[in-house]
Structures are given as C-alpha cells and as structure tokens.
Design a protein around this ligand. Structure first.
Ligand SMILES: Nc1nc2c(ncn2[C@@H]2O[C@H](COP(=O)(O)OP(=O)(O)OP(=O)(O)O)[C@@H](O)[C@H]2O)c(=O)[nH]1
Ligand SMILES: [Mg+2]
Length: 264
C-alpha cells in the first residue's frame, strides 16, 4: 500500500520518483530506484486506492461515533508478528480486568489461537479472522473492526483494546476509529526498523519496547533504537517492558488507564 505514498496528513499522490529525494519522508537522498513502472494501470491503481481509503475513513468515522455514544475509549495495538501483543495483553488483563471493563477485538488472518489465550481473564473477546470473508488481509480495516463490534457490549466497556494482525506496515495505514495507536516492538527486531519501516512508528502514540529480558543475549543498542524512533516520531511515549517478567507492565497499564480516563 505504501507504493502510492499516503502521507501522515492523509493526502496521497503518485509521481515521478526521479524528481525528488524522499526528504518528505525523512529518508536518505540516495536513489532508491525506479518504481514508476505501472504505465498501463498506474492511474487506475491510484484511483482504486483512493476509493478504498476514502470508504475506510467513512466507516472509521461511523465506528468512532459508536465509540463516543457508548463512552468507550479505543486503542489499536499493532506490531510485527510475534513482538508480544498477545503476551502483553494477557498481562494487561490480569492486571486491569478486575477494575476496568475491557473488551478485546482480536484480529488475525486465521485461527482463534490468540483469542483463546485471552479468554478467562474477565474481558469480552471478539475474534475477527481476515481469511473469513475479508480476503485474508494482513491488517484490520474499519469494516473488519465494525464486523467484530457487533459481538461486543460497547456501552458496558471502559476500554476496547484491538490486537491488530501482526504486520509492521499495513495496519498503520488504516484508521479504524480508534482514539490512540500503540505499538509493541521487540528488541529482537533490531535498531534500524523505525527508519526502514517509518509508517507505523510515525503513526503511534506509544511504543512498548518489549522482550527487554533478552537484552543480555542480544547486540540490540537501545539508545540507537530510541534515536531512530525519535527521528521519525519525536513525540511517542516509550515504555521498556517484558511480557515475560512483567517489567514495565504497570507503566503500560497506567498509560492505558490514562487513555480510559480521557474518555471517548
Ligand atoms: N523472552 C520473551 N518472550 C516474549 C516476550 N513477550 C512475548 N514473548 C514470546 O514471544 C512469542 C510471541 O509472542 P506473542 O504474544 O504471541 O506475539 P504477538 O505479537 O501477539 O504475535 P502475533 O499475534 O502472531 O503477531 C511467544 O513465544 C511469547 O511467549 C517477552 O517479553 N520476553
Ligand atoms: Mg498475538
């Protein structure tokens, strides 16, 4: 989806990529090659993409209206596959579900493996499989989220946590009507990813830097990672965490409670 340059302000365009150096994306001036090679379908592709994103935004607005009417605050949690979203959510529910009414919308391409893991903590869990009628997409869009909302008692919730499909790019390109975007980042992914995959890092309000229990065994340079993150997103809150040991979970839960308190 990034090929046609959706920008953070929501605008989108295609153009001759020999005529600029990608400074607008904070990237290097090095020539990244010719990706204007769709002479027959280029314009049609842009039109289709604009239609898709505009329809998505309309449904995202409808979701947001429903959230506001129900008084539920919604956080969209994204990451690469396996960064630790479900593990962190288990810790989160164990810590918060007794005092805060939490709903989970679990997004996966296939299976109920994660949804099953989140059962039994006192939260209502709604599963959306993108392979079941949504083409097996690698992200949740607003329509998919809307389909999962029908199985959640929204007015009875304080907080709705969406576990998006594991993918470092696509989920950040679709608004689903959420109030905040969170990212779980595993230290096993390396320091350079904010520069290589800037779209999600730029979009999020908080980055949970997970699996810090593994730091003694890795070459991961936390300061370098933070500098790279700051280069694309100077504002994001960062939390060092381990869903294995529980480190940082309290700080993450406080951030979430701050969200819930901010209301819909
Ligand atoms: N050592 C360590 N392992 C972790 C930590 N958090 C998660 N894991 C492990 O990492 C693996 C993936 O964790 P998940 O919670 O399934 O990751 P996920 O982001 O939900 O994965 P997808 O839903 O497939 O995208 C599991 O084996 C977890 O036990 C952590 O903080 N430290
Ligand atoms: Mg998961």
């Amino acid at each position: 989806m990034g090929r046609f340059h959706p920008h953070s302000d929501g605008t989108m365009h295609d153009h001759d990529h020999h005529d600029h150096d990608h400074d607008d994306e904070g990237l290097t001036a090095r020539d990244v090659g010719d990706h204007s090679g769709y002479p027959e379908t280029g314009t049609a592709r842009v039109a289709v993409l604009e239609d898709i994103l505009s329809e998505n935004d309309q449904v995202a607005d409808a979701n947001q209206k429903d959230f506001a009417e129900a008084g539920v605050r919604v956080v969209n949690i994204m990451s690469s596959p396996g960064a630790g979203k479900t593990a962190l959510l288990k810790r989160t529910l164990a810590a918060l579900a007794a005092g805060t009414r939490i709903g989970i919308l679990e997004g996966d391409i296939a299976t109920s493996i994660d949804a099953d893991q989140l059962d039994g903590y006192g939260a209502v869990v709604s599963l959306v499989n993108t392979s079941a009628g949504f083409g097996g997409e690698c992200h949740l869009d607003a329509v998919m989220v809307r389909s999962g909302l029908s199985r959640l008692p929204l007015p009875e919730l304080d907080l709705l946590l969406i576990e998006n499909v594991g993918n470092l790019v696509c989920p950040a390109e679709f608004r689903v009507g959420e109030h905040a975007k969170a990212m779980v980042y595993s230290v096993t992914e390396g320091e350079e990813k904010p520069l290589k995959y800037p779209v999600m890092f730029r979009a999020v309000d908080v980055v949970v830097i997970n699996k810090v229990d593994l730091l003694p065994y890795l070459d991961f340079d936390l300061d370098k990672f933070l500098a790279n993150l700051r280069a694309v997103n100077p504002q994001a809150t960062t939390i060092r965490a381990s869903a294995r040991t529980g480190e940082g979970v309290e700080e993450w839960c406080s951030w979430l409670l701050g969200q819930a308190a901010a209301g819909a």
